[in-house]
Design a protein around this ligand. Structure first.
Ligand code: ARG
Length: 465
C-alpha cells in the first residue's frame, strides 16, 4: 500500500492534477523543524495525560528526530515529500508511520492540521525573526555606525524637498538611517513578543473531547498563554500579517535609503563612491558604473508590499475558522522574508564598501545659502524677532545675488549693517557650513555635537551589551 493511504478515508484515487493543485509541499516543507518541534511537544503531553504510552512517545520522538536529520540533509529533495501527501504535516506523519509503525498512528490524537499549521507558522515566524531578521538588521545598523566612525565628521548639505537646506555632518544623516533601521528591528522583534497564544489543542475548529493538557504544550513551546477560542485560534493569521507588515516597513526604509544613495552616487552629486563590487557595467556604454544592487533593493520593496496586500486580501473574504485559502499565507510570508533578508544582507555590504567624497562635497558647500537659517539665528541672539530676522536674511540673500557674490559670507560688514545695525564682526562665526555645523546645540541635531553624542551613546550601548 502507498504510504499516504493511512490518511485517506475513501478509497477513490486522487486526480494527479488535483493532488498537485491542492498541495503546498513545494513551499511549506520549510516548516519541517517547527512541525517536528510541535509534534514532539504534543506527543510528550499525550504521554503525560495517559493517551499514549512511554514506549509510544519514545518511538515517536526518535522517529521524528531521525526524519528531521534526513530533511536537514536533503532539504526539498527528501523523498518523503510528495504531492499526494499534500503538505509538510502529512508528509512527516506518513514517514513517521512508515518508520515506527503503530505509535506513529497515535501522534495526531487530539490534533488537527488546522491547529498544527497555525502553530507551525507562528513558531517559524518566531525563529525567522530571532535567527535571521534581527541579526541582519543588527549587522546593518552596526555597519552604519562603522561608516559614521569613518566619514561621520564630513560636512555636507542637508536637503528638504531635495533642495539645499542647512549644513549637517555625514554622521547626522547616517544616524537618521540608523534610527529608522533600529526602529524597524524593534517592530519586527515585537511581532515575536506579541505571539502570546498557543493554538495547540484547538483541534480542527471546536477543540477536543480528549483530556489534553494545553498548558503543558504551551509552556514547552514558549507561549505564555493558550488561545482562548479554538475557532479564532485556527482562523486567524495575525502573526503572519504582523510579520509581513513589519517586513514591509523594513523594505520601505531600505528602499528610501537605496534611493538616497542612488542620488548621491550620481555624477551630478558625486557625494559617495560605491565599491565597484556593488555596481555593474553596461553592455553598451563602457564608462558605466550603475548602482544596480541599490536599485534592486528599491525594486524588491514592491514585491514585499505585494505580499502584504496578497495576504490581507486572502484573509478578507474568509468565513470564520479554517479555510484552505489560508494555505497560501506561507507563500507570501516566505517570499517577503526571503526578499527582505537578501536586501538586508546586500545593504550591509554596500554600506561597508561606501566612502563619502569629502573634497567633492566640500566644493559644493558654498552653494545654496545653507547658512541662511544660521544667520537668522544670529540675529535672534542680538535681539531681533525671528520673523524680522527671516526678512532681513531674505534681503541679504538678494543683495548677495545682485552683487554676484553667491554666499552670505562674502558680504562686507557694512553691507550687513545696512540691513541691520545689530550685526557685528562676530557674524562671520555664524556663516559658512563648517561654522554652522559646530553651532547646533539642540538634542538630536544633525550637526557635530549631535553626531558626537549619538556616537558616544551607541558605543556605550555596545559596551554595555
Ligand atoms: N496545508 C494546510 C495549510 O497550510 C494545512 C491545513 C489543512 N487542513 C485541512 N483541513 N485541509 O493550511
Amino acid at each position: 500500500s502507498k504510504p499516504w493511504e493511512h490518511a485517506k478515508s475513501s478509497g477513490s484515487e486522487t486526480d494527479p492534477l488535483a493532488a498537485r493543485f491542492v498541495s503546498s509541499i513545494d513551499y511549506d516543507w520549510r516548516l519541517y523543524k517547527q512541525d517536528i518541534r510541535g509534534s514532539i511537544a504534543h506527543a510528550t503531553m499525550l504521554e503525560q495525560v495517559g493517551l499514549i504510552t512511554a514506549g509510544d512517545l519514545e518511538a515517536i520522538e526518535a522517529g521524528l528526530r531521525a526524519i528531521e536529520s534526513e530533511i536537514d540533509e536533503r532539504g526539498r529533495g527528501w523523498p518523503g515529500f510528495t504531492y499526494e501527501l499534500e503538505d509538510i504535516h502529512m508528509c512527516v506523519e506518513a514517514a513517521l508511520i512508515e518508520r515506527v509503525g503503530e505509535p506513529g498512528r497515535k501522534l495526531h490524537t487530539g490534533r488537527s492540521r488546522n491547529d498544527q499549521v497555525a502553530l507551525d507558522l507562528m513558531l517559524w515566524v518566531r525563529d525567522a525573526i530571532e535567527e535571521r531578521v534581527t541579526p541582519l538588521l543588527d549587522a546593518l545598523t552596526d555597519g552604519l555606525v562603522a561608516l559614521a566612525e569613518r566619514d561621520g565628521a564630513i560636512v555636507m548639505p542637508s536637503y528638504t524637498h531635495l533642495q539645499r537646506a542647512q549644513p549637517i555632518v555625514v554622521g547626522g544623516e547616517l544616524f537618521a538611517w540608523h534610527e529608522a533601521f533600529v526602529r524597524a528591528g524593534q517592530r519586527v522583534a515585537q511581532v515575536g513578543v506579541d505571539m502570546y497564544h498557543s493554538p495547540l489543542g484547538s483541534g480542527a475548529v471546536a477543540g477536543t473531547s480528549l483530556p489534553l493538557n494545553r498548558d503543558m504544550t504551551a509552556e514547552a513551546l514558549d507561549f505564555p498563554l493558550n488561545a482562548s477560542s479554538s475557532i479564532d485560534a485556527t482562523a486567524n493569521r495575525d502573526a503572519a500579517v504582523d510579520f509581513v507588515y513589519a517586513l514591509s516597513m523594513t523594505a520601505m526604509t531600505l528602499s528610501r535609503w537605496a534611493e538616497q544613495w542612488i542620488i548621491y552616487a550620481s555624477t551630478e552629486f558625486g557625494f559617495i563612491k560605491l565599491d565597484d563590487a556593488y555596481t555593474t557595467g553596461s553592455s553598451m556604454m563602457p564608462q558605466k558604473q550603475n548602482p544596480d544592487m541599490l536599485e534592486l533593493i528599491r525594486g524588491k520593496c514592491g514585491a514585499v508590499y505585494g505580499s502584504l496586500v496578497a495576504l490581507l486580501t486572502t484573509l478578507k473574504g474568509l468565513p470564520i475558522a479554517y479555510n484552505r485559502d489560508l494555505q497560501e499565507d506561507k507563500k507570501h510570508v516566505f517570499r517577503a522574508f526571503d526578499d527582505v533578508c537578501d536586501c538586508l544582507e546586500m545593504a550591509a555590504k554596500i554600506v561597508a564598501g561606501t566612502t563619502f567624497q569629502k573634497e567633492r562635497i566640500a566644493s559644493t558647500l558654498d552653494r545654496g545659502y545653507l547658512d541662511a537659517t544660521s544667520l537668522a539665528d544670529y540675529l535672534v541672539t542680538k535681539g531681533v524677532p525671528f520673523r524680522t530676522a527671516h526678512q532681513v536674511v531674505g534681503r541679504l540673500v538678494q543683495v548677495s545675488e545682485e552683487r554676484g557674490l553667491g554666499a552670505l559670507g562674502k558680504l562686507s560688514l557694512e553691507q550687513f549693517r545696512a540691513e541691520s545695525e545689530l550685526v557685528e564682526a562676530d557674524v562671520f562665526d555664524w556663516l559658512g557650513a563648517e561654522n554652522v555645523v559646530k553651532r547646533y546645540q539642540s538634542d538630536g541635531n544633525a550637526g557635530l555635537s549631535g553626531f558626537v553624542s549619538l556616537l558616544e551613546w551607541v558605543r556605550s550601548e555596545g559596551a554595555a551589551e
